[in-house]
Design a protein around this ligand. Structure first.
Ligand SMILES: *Cc1c(COP(=O)(O)O)cnc(C)c1O
Length: 346
C-alpha cells in the first residue's frame, strides 16, 4: 500500500478538525446523567432547532438513535414497516427484534424511495396478523446509493402512517446530505416525521455521536431507553463540543462532497468493466458494479485507494471532508491503473 492511501470507505473515517479539537479541549462539562452537562444541552437544543423539533437527545451512535426511537414508538410483537435494504434492518444486527420485539416488513424502494401506496398496502389491520407499529424512512438511503427521498414522497408516506395511527421515524443519519442535495433547510427534510435520528459522525465529521429529535414527551421516553441501553454518558460535553462545531460549520460544505462524488462516478463509469448507475449518484456515495469485488478491494488497496465491497460485484466509494483538492482525480488514476494491470495479467 502507498504511504498516502486515499480513504473512500466511508464518510466516518474523517478525523476531528482543529476547531473540533480546540472545542473539546475547552468544553464546559458536567455529569450528563444528572442532566448537568451544558455542552450536551446546547448541542441537543441546537440540533432540535435546526431539525425543527422541540427537543433532542445526544446518543453515542446512529444505531442507538434509531433503536431508541423504535423502542419508544412501537409495541412488542408489532411490525416496523421499512424500505428494503434499510440500515435499521441490514446493519443493526436484528436490534429491533432483540431490544423491542419488532418484526420488519419491507416495502420495495427503487433508488431508496418507497411508493406511498406500497407503504399503505403494508399496513396491517387484522386480528389474524401482527399489527403495524411504526413506519421508517431513510434519507439519504445508504444501500440504495446515498439516494435522496423527495420531499413530497416523505410527506405522502408520513400521511399514510398518520392516517393509520402510526408514528413515522426518519433514519436521518445523512439527512444533512439530503437537505444539501434538495437545496432546502434541514427542517424541511425532517418536518413530516415524529422523530429523526441524525448522525454527527458521518458527513459532518464529528468524532462521535448522533442526536435523536422529537417532541418533548417523545424525548422524555427516549431518555429512559438510552439509559437502559447503556447510553447514559457522564462528561459527554467533550464529545458534544465537537458536535456543536460540526453542526455549525460543516453542514454548509456538503455540496462539495456531492460534486466530488459526481466527478468520481463519471470517471469510474468510463473505465472498462465498471458500471455505475449515475442516476443513483445524488449525494456523497458511488456504488460501482464490477466482477470480483472482494479481490478488487485488495488490488485497489495496493494501489493506494481504500474502498468497501458491498456484495460480490459491488464497491462503495464515499467522499468526505478529509479529502484534499485533487484526491478524486488521483484516486481515479490509481483505480484505472490497478484495473488495467489486472485486465492485462495472464
Ligand atoms: C451510519 C448509519 C447509521 C448508524 O450509524 P452508527 O454507525 O451506529 O453511528 C444509521 N443509519 C444509516 C443510514 C447510516 O448510514
Amino acid at each position: 500500500m502507498l504511504a498516502t492511501a486515499i480513504d473512500l470507505r466511508s464518510d466516518t473515517v474523517t478525523r476531528p478538525t482543529a476547531a473540533m479539537r480546540r472545542a473539546m479541549h475547552d468544553a464546559e462539562v458536567g455529569d450528563d446523567v444528572y442532566a448537568e452537562d451544558p455542552s450536551v444541552a446546547r448541542l441537543e437544543a441546537l440540533v432540535a432547532e435546526r431539525a425543527g423539533f422541540e427537543a433532542g437527545l445526544f446518543v453515542p451512535s446512529g444505531t442507538m438513535g434509531n433503536q431508541v426511537a423504535l423502542a419508544v414508538h412501537a409495541q412488542r410483537g408489532s411490525e416496523a414497516i421499512v424500505p428494503e435494504r434499510a440500515h435499521v434492518y441490514e446493519y443493526e444486527l436484528g436490534a429491533m427484534a432483540v431490544i423491542s420485539g419488532l418484526v420488519p416488513r419491507f416495502v420495495r424502494a427503487p433508488r431508496g424511495v418507497p411508493r406511498p401506496e406500497d407503504v399503505a398496502a403494508a399496513v396491517t389491520d387484522s386480528v389474524h396478523v401482527a399489527p403495524s407499529g411504526v413506519v421508517v424512512l431513510e434519507n439519504t438511503h445508504n444501500r440504495a446509493g446515498g439516494t435522496v427521498v423527495p420531499l413530497d414522497v416523505s410527506l405522502a408516506i408520513a400521511e399514510v402512517a398518520h392516517a393509520a395511527g402510526l408514528p413515522c421515524h426518519l433514519d436521518g443519519a445523512r439527512a444533512w446530505n439530503a437537505a444539501a442535495a434538495l437545496g432546502v433547510p434541514l427542517a424541511e427534510v425532517c418536518a413530516p416525521f415524529d422523530s429523526v435520528s441524525l448522525c454527527l459522525s458521518k458527513g459532518l465529521g464529528a468524532p462521535v455521536g448522533s442526536v435523536l429529535v422529537g417532541s418533548a414527551s417523545f424525548v422524555r421516553a427516549a431518555h429512559r431507553y438510552r439509559k437502559l441501553l447503556g447510553g447514559g454518558m457522564r462528561q459527554a460535553g467533550v464529545l458534544a463540543a465537537a458536535g456543536l462545531v460540526a453542526v455549525e460549520t460543516m453542514s454548509e460544505r456538503l455540496g462539495e462532497d456531492h460534486e466530488r462524488a459526481r466527478l468520481l462516478a463519471e470517471g469510474l463509469a468510463r473505465l472498462p468493466g465498471v458500471s455505475v448507475d449515475l442516476e443513483s449518484v445524488q449525494t456523497n456515495m458511488v456504488y460501482a458494479t464490477l466482477s470480483d469485488a472482494a479481490a478488487k478491494v485488495e488490488q485497489l488497496k495496493h494501489a493506494g485507494v481504500l474502498v468497501n465491497a458491498v456484495g460480490p460485484s459491488s464497491l462503495r466509494f464515499v467522499t468526505h471532508a478529509d479529502l484534499a483538492e485533487g484526491d478524486v482525480e488521483l484516486a481515479l488514476e490509481r483505480v484505472a491503473k490497478a484495473l488495467e494491470s489486472v485486465a492485462a495479467a495472464p
